[in-house]
Design a protein. Structure first.
Length: 74
């Protein structure tokens, strides 16, 4: 399931970036849907970065993180 989610995230990201670049080259404004999807991807990426950073800090400080396999910590 995670592979499918990463694939969809990548496809949406590329669509937004390519659409924005083409619109910039043609001096056109971006459609509202491209802007909304771009902000949604930005929000999701920022949230995941903060969460993964917090988990990484907790692991570095030796805090037990439930659901994280012990083999991943070695």
């Amino acid at each position: 399931m995670i592979e499918f989610s990463v694939f969809i995230y990548g496809m949406l990201s590329m669509f937004v970036l390519l659409s924005a670049e083409q619109n910039r080259r043609l001096a056109r404004p971006n459609p509202q849907m491209v802007t909304v999807v771009g902000w949604g991807l930005f929000s999701m990426s920022s949230t995941l970065a903060v969460l993964f950073g917090a988990v990484g800090l907790a692991v570095a400080l030796g805090v037990h993180v439930p659901g994280l396999p012990d083999a991943a910590l070695r």
